[in-house]
Design a binder for this molecule. Structure first.
Ligand code: TXA
Ligand code: MG
Length: 329
């Protein structure tokens, strides 16, 4: 299959492909998405195939305007509408009870559906022009780091999808916050740019983080099916270093690698979680292209956006964390 390349001025052509049941990758402010008509079973099944994604891992359905929500979900509790009004369009996804029109394949067999209105104007124009809601997971091969620019999408997807819109690089750099609203309380199933702290302070509500980020998910049926799969993994071995003695331990690890002749990359964002979010996935891919064997990542403080980025870091490391504390490590 030839992957057609579109500029941001050719959205109508890309939308035509979506309407015809094709797969088109497109920019969003979080990461690039791999889109298909969310209401077309055959089109959605192609997404799973192109990504090599397990079929019980549901998609996020993207809309271009809040008025498109009523067709897709059974009810929108008042408080959730308020949160949407505050943060949409933007990097937050809501899990709501679905209507029958949303095919089961789109939701991985669940009776709920994940919905997001992206901030990216190109993304919203594409949805509007296609005239259908667009199911779109991140546009990477399953298990690889999410793509934050169109070149990274093509690295995984060239020849496997019908088209790509060559838009600008993603501003946020990690995927949207996934907020479950179906259980009578608010639970963040996947942390993102919109944090529990932001939701709590703005709306005076209680928001739980669904799962501790250092807990390996061993539950066979977690609330968010995507949580149980291997994630964001580059070819290199990733290790996270946290604690007061980070500098020393980093040096020790580098010396060790030097002795064994392994090629090392060091990712240090100096505690800047905004920068870390923006660069982390790209940096992982860059290290792979450079043939790096070990990626040493200096961890972030686990609060606010730092918490969300650490979630990605820890997963990409397969939970290999070096605690550089006072005591012996
Ligand atoms: O920022 C983003 O959210 C990007 C861009 C393209 O919008 N999309 C994205 O999609 O990250 P994906 O498929 O890579 O991640 C969707 C996550 C998965 O962890 C999935 O399990 C969860 O959302 N999810 C989707 N539908 C769900 C549902 N009905 N209930 C619980 N979790 C759900
Ligand atoms: Mg993904």
């Amino acid at each position: 299959m030839k992957t057609e390349r579109f500029t941001e001025k050719e959205i109508e052509k890309a939308a035509e492909l979506i309407r015809k049941g094709g797969l088109v990758a497109f920019p969003t402010e979080t990461v690039y998405g791999l889109g298909a008509n969310a209401l077309d079973e055959a089109a959605v099944s192609k997404i799973y195939k192109a990504k090599g994604r397990p079929s019980d891992n549901p998609m996020i359905v993207h809309i271009s305007h809040i008025s498109e929500l009523d067709d897709l979900v059974l009810e929108i509790p008042h408080q959730i509408k308020q949160i949407m009004n505050e943060f949409w369009p933007g990097p937050i996804t809501f899990i709501l009870k679905k209507k029958d029109i949303v095919p089961s394949i789109t939701t991985g067999g669940l009776d709920t559906v994940a919905i997001r209105m992206p901030e990216s104007k190109v993304a919203r124009d594409l949805i509007k022009s296609a005239g259908v809601p667009i199911a779109a997971p991140s546009a990477n091969s399953s298990g690889r780091p999410s793509p934050t620019n169109w070149q990274d999408v093509l690295e995984d997807m060239e020849g496997r999808i019908d088209g790509i819109i060559m838009g600008s690089d993603s501003d946020v750099g990690i995927e949207s916050t996934v907020l479950d609203c179906t259980a009578g309380k608010f639970t963040i199933l996947r942390p993102g740019f919109i944090t529990a702290e932001m939701l709590q302070s703005k709306f005076n509500i209680e928001v739980e983080n669904g799962q501790g980020i250092f807990e390996k998910n061993l539950i066979s049926k977690p609330k968010s099916p995507g949580m149980k799969y291997k994630h964001y993994a580059p070819k290199a071995d990733v290790k996270i270093i946290i604690g007061d003695r980070t500098e020393e331990v980093l040096k020790e690890e580098k010396d060790k690698a030097k002795q064994t002749g392994l090629k090392i990359a060091e990712l240090n964002y100096n505690g800047d979680s905004r920068l870390a979010a923006h660069n982390f996935f790209t940096d992982l891919r860059e290290a792979d292209r450079a043939g790096v064997d070990i990626i040493l990542v200096i961890g972030l403080e686990t609060k606010e956006l730092g918490y969300s980025v650490m979630n990605r870091m820890v997963k990409s490391a397969g939970y290999q964390i070096i605690k550089a504390d006072e005591e012996k490590i």
